[in-house]
Design a protein. Structure first.
Length: 295
């Protein structure tokens, strides 16, 4: 298999950047997105529009999906115009959506029944990581298929690792999101505290970011908050979805994660207040409703 023809379903904030990297690397791209206009710039760069996931799968050797929710993944693979509604012989399927481990296993089982393989490969790094081609990609599923696709993953990833059997990529992403939950709440409360103490916030971020408090959220989202930039590098509603998955899996395994539970409650409150389509940094709006300190 040459795997030069790639199908990509889901060209949102991160998916579009991944497609651009693949086009630049010389791959042929078939693309589909529910909102067709989100593929316009990609088509201008050489990608080919297909009418539905079924057509993408039929015309591609390896098919990537990067959609919003597990329900979207289910529809993309199992719907009447889904990937599994066409002949997938000889193809490799890769779901990059942050979804449930159980759904990753279900897709892998269906793929196996059809004589092919699938991988679950969620990513971390946000919009900047996607734009810069420096995502961290966490892969579960067939090891041989993973090895075949490493050159493709490396086009848009700074780090890619095989984590284990089907579902292991999703479990690794849940571990990642548990950590992010802590850094996002910590970064937000740091700013609230520093502002109330009368400190110069930019100077605080620069200082603590150079010490043991340094972390990705602080470096990337702290400055956005100070610029009042709440555009979604990662949607608040999608992060809430991820935290719910992580806590559901934790409950299934019989473990309690109280800090993650509290982060989920805060993001629930944020979305209830109408900020679900802001980036995760909008958590500060629970304290600063306009996005900046109140007089």
């Amino acid at each position: 298999m040459s795997m030069k023809t790639i199908g990509f379903i889901g060209t949102g904030v991160m998916g579009a950047s991944v497609v651009k990297h693949l086009l630049k690397a010389g791959y042929e791209l078939n693309v589909y997105n529910r909102t067709k206009t989100k593929t316009d710039a990609l088509i201008a760069l050489g990608a080919v529009w297909q009418e539905n996931p079924r057509e993408v799968a039929a015309k591609s050797e390896v098919v990537f999906t990067m959609v919003g929710y597990p329900s979207d993944v289910e529809e993309t693979y199992y719907g009447p115009l889904g990937i599994f509604s066409t002949d997938v012989t000889g193809k490799v399927l890769v779901d990059m959506t942050t979804s449930t481990p159980s759904l990753a296993i279900k897709i892998a089982d269906t793929a196996r029944e059809k004589g092919i393989t699938s991988l679950d490969a969620p990513v971390s790094g946000g919009d900047l990581g996607a734009q810069n081609g420096t995502l961290t990609t966490m892969v579960g599923g067939d090891r041989n298929s993973y090895e075949q696709l490493v050159p493709i993953f490396e086009v848009f990833s700074a780090k890619v690792n095989h984590q284990g059997a089907a579902g292991a990529g999703q479990h690794t992403k849940m571990a990642n999101q548990i950590m992010i939950a802590g850094t996002m709440t910590g970064m937000t409360e740091l700013l609230v505290y520093a502002e109330k103490a009368g400190l110069e916030l930019a100077k605080v971020l620069d200082t603590v970011g150079g010490g043991s408090a340094a972390n990705w959220s602080l470096t990337n989202y702290g400055p956005r908050i100070l610029r009042e930039d709440f555009s979604p590098g990662f949607f608040a509603k999608h992060f809430l979805k991820d935290l719910k998955i992580a806590l559901d899996e934790s409950a299934r395994m019989g473990i309690a994660l109280p800090a993650t539970e509290r982060a989920k409650e805060l993001y629930e409150k944020l979305t209830e207040q109408g900020f679900e389509n802001d980036g995760t940094q909008a958590l500060i709006k629970l304290w600063w409703p306009t996005g900046k300190p109140q007089d």
